[in-house]
Design a protein around this ligand. Structure first.
Ligand SMILES: Nc1ncnc2c1ncn2[C@@H]1O[C@H](COP(=O)(O)OP(=O)(O)OP(=O)(O)O)[C@@H](O)[C@H]1O
Ligand SMILES: [Mg+2]
Length: 635
């Protein structure tokens, strides 16, 4: 599959559904969090609403009372119906006491409401962050699993930077969506709902004004949101380029230094970064414009409410009173933030949709043919491996291998020989099913290898690749990669058999020495022998040996040769051999030319015939007796 270039936005709902599924296991925490959010919303709006009872029950009566007492003609009936006109100072004191009581009661409620706000804020914040963090980790693990299980063909095509970008930057962007959905979006919607409810209760006529202002606001938000999403997708593509550029640069640092390309690489990185910056700013611009418009609308609405409200009070319309208007405007101020945040949330979700899209693309990739129930289990070779008219093409167009028929008997060594690029590595990759043949089939004891479970097939195969790869851990762990349950003694034994034990002991920390990225702290010969020890430890019945061409010094060469002899002993081996010694002893030598088998036989037989084999041998004898044979030949 060739996803990296695809930029068509997927459905927003589909993408969200795909990733929000990761929230399902945490539904209980989500539920409690939403509950906290609801209490928070009620408290927040309650705080604004409280001004009304304060005004109506305490402040206004108190003001009127003091004004009346100052004039000496108190109209107490205005304050309390049950109080008559000729009330004495004694009863005024009683009334004051009632007001005081009410004040204390209201302050108590206010304190409780205000106390709820930080408490609920903590729990909802913690809860939603917990869920988001869990979802992000789960998603990342799934992505990693998915990528690990993708066929080799995917990885040889996909760019590493692109993969890293999707695992990091895009997951982070998706997390932004989670955070919004399980945070702001729910919270602010609740606050808005409660607030608007309170507003309707106070004055439905004023609230109706919202209905007039809303449509243009929503229109603006949606329009900007779409734009943000498109631009964000373009930016995320550049993030892949940026990561790729970094990876390339530093994994090839030696080449960079050798050719004095520091400045060139630096310039290249700068220009990738510059482009990323430009695309980022385009997203920011759209986002900021959208924010400003929302801001304008919010303020406009506030003034509209105020103007209409004051006018209505002046004209004694709509049944509006001062306490109602003040509380209403207070609510409007409280709701200012949710409205702003909700519209921004839409933009942010649009922005992170690009990340979600790119993450979903990976989740939706088709992985290696899954193991099916009842697949055969390979228990080792009894007779032979047989290739029947095998053909292969990497791109479905140009054939690398054609019509390869070959038998490899149990315990035999078959050597593949041919000029560079003829398809030797490709052919050997078909046996462990790194790739499947595009034509023909490969059989082990008469059964197609595609019928065996991958697990059981690979349990019997060890591959020593052309480019010896070590992980940046200890020597011991690198060897243990061959078989995880191996004991320390078995590891040492394998190292001895690979003639690397003494060298390992001479390292600063022996078997615990870290080998550096890709094993760079070791020499080429050491690296090779460690990979051989790894294969010996696996103790496979089938061995695929792609000898490296890197010329080693005579001594190193000797040890590698001995290590290989030990490794090959008693195994069915496909050797891509560059050393005449390996080839000479092979039970069968297969000469590949133009993707086909041109000659097959033993060393002596082939030497008798005219053809490529004789040429290659002659070429090697010219060099020396044991040097590389094939790949150094002219391409
Ligand atoms: N992943 C790939 N995608 C596309 N083409 C590839 C891929 N790997 C190899 N090829 C092509 O397939 C052909 C065979 O490559 P292969 O690596 O099998 O050659 P080889 O015989 O092992 O060469 P060498 O002796 O140099 O190792 C080459 O032309 C190469 O360019
Ligand atoms: Mg090769």
């Amino acid at each position: 599959m060739n996803q990296p270039e695809q930029t068509e936005p997927i459905g927003m709902i589909y993408g969200l559904k795909r990733v929000l599924r990761y929230g399902l296991p945490y539904w209980k925490i989500i539920l409690v969090t939403i509950l906290c959010m609801a209490v928070y919303s009620v408290s927040l709006n309650g705080r604004a609403y409280l001004i009304k009872p304060f005004l109506e029950e305490v402040i206004i009566p108190a003001t009127e009372m003091s004004r009346a007492s100052g004039l000496g003609s108190l109209d107490l009936s205005k304050i309390k119906g049950e109080v008559s006109e000729d009330q004495s100072a004694e009863e005024r004191a009683k009334l004051t006491a009632v007001l005081e009581q009410k004040l204390v009661f209201l302050i108590g409620i206010a304190l409780a409401v205000v106390g709820m706000i930080p408490l609920m804020s903590f729990f909802k914040g913690y809860g939603s962050s917990y869920v988001v963090a869990r979802m992000v980790r789960d998603l990342q693990c799934d992505l990693c699993d998915k990528l690990l299980r993708m066929p080799l063909a995917y990885h040889t095509k996909a760019r590493k930077g692109e993969i890293f970008a999707r695992l990091n930057s895009d997951v982070a962007r998706s997390a932004e969506s989670f955070r919004l959905l399980f945070g702001e979006l729910i919270q602010e919607s609740l606050t808005l709902l409660v607030g608007v409810g309170a507003m309707v209760y106070l004055s439905w006529q004023l609230t109706l004004l919202i209905a007039l202002v809303m449509p243009p606001l929503v229109l603006i938000v949606v329009k900007f949101g779409k734009k943000v999403r498109k631009r964000s997708l373009k930016r995320q593509e550049k993030v892949g380029d940026q990561m790729g550029s970094m990876l390339q640069m530093f994994s090839g640092i030696k080449v960079v230094k050798a050719f004095r390309m520091e400045d060139t690489e630096s310039d290249r990185f700068r220009s990738v970064n510059e482009e990323l910056f430009r695309r980022e700013m385009k997203v920011v611009k759209t986002d900021e414009m959208s924010k400003s418009f929302t801001e304008l609308f919010n303020n406009f609405t506030y003034i509209l409410f105020m103007a209409v409200g004051i006018y209505a009070i002046m004209k004694a319309m709509l049944g509006l009173t001062l306490p109602v208007l003040v509380a209403f405007l207070g609510l409007a101020t409280t709701l200012y933030r949710p409205v702003k945040n909700l519209s921004r949330a839409y933009n942010k979700v649009s922005d992170s949709m690009a990340g979600i899209q790119r993450v979903t693309e990976i989740l939706d990739l088709e992985s290696e043919t899954e193991e099916q129930e009842g697949m055969e289990v390979l228990r080792g070779i009894r007779e032979e491996i047989r290739l029947e008219k095998v053909g292969f093409s990497y791109d479905g167009d140009q054939k690398v291998l054609e019509d390869i028929s070959l038998e490899i008997d149990k315990g035999q060594t078959v050597a593949l020989v041919g000029k560079t690029g003829v398809g030797k590595t490709t052919l050997s990759d078909l046996i462990p099913r790194f790739y499947d043949p595009t034509e023909g089939r490969i059989l082990v004891d008469g059964s197609d290898i595609r019928d065996f479970s991958r697990d059981s097939l690979l349990r019997h195969i060890a591959v020593v690749t052309q480019d010896p790869f070590l992980f940046d851990t200890s020597v011991e762990e690198n060897i243990r990669y061959g078989r995880l349950d191996a004991t320390d003694e078995e590891i040492i034994e394998a190292a001895r058999a690979a003639f690397i034990h003494d060298r390992i002991l001479a390292l600063p920390e022996g078997y615990k020495t870290r080998v550096g990225d890709r094993g760079t702290r070791l020499s080429g010969g050491e690296r090779q022998r460690i990979t051989i020890a790894r294969a010996i430890l696996r103790n496979p019945s089938i061995l695929i040996l792609d000898e490296a061409t890197s010329s080693l010094d005579a001594e190193s060469e000797q040890w590698v040769k001995k290590a290989i002899d030990n490794l090959m002993e008693g195994r069915t081996t496909v050797a891509i051999a560059h050393r005449l010694s390996t080839i000479r002893n092979a039970d069968k030598i297969v000469v590949l030319e133009k993707g086909r088998i041109s000659m097959m036989g033993q060393h002596e037989e082939l030497l008798q015939m005219e053809g490529l084999y004789r040429e290659l041998c002659a070429l090697q004898f010219e060099q020396d007796d044991t040097g590389p044979i094939s790949n150094s030949g002219p391409a």
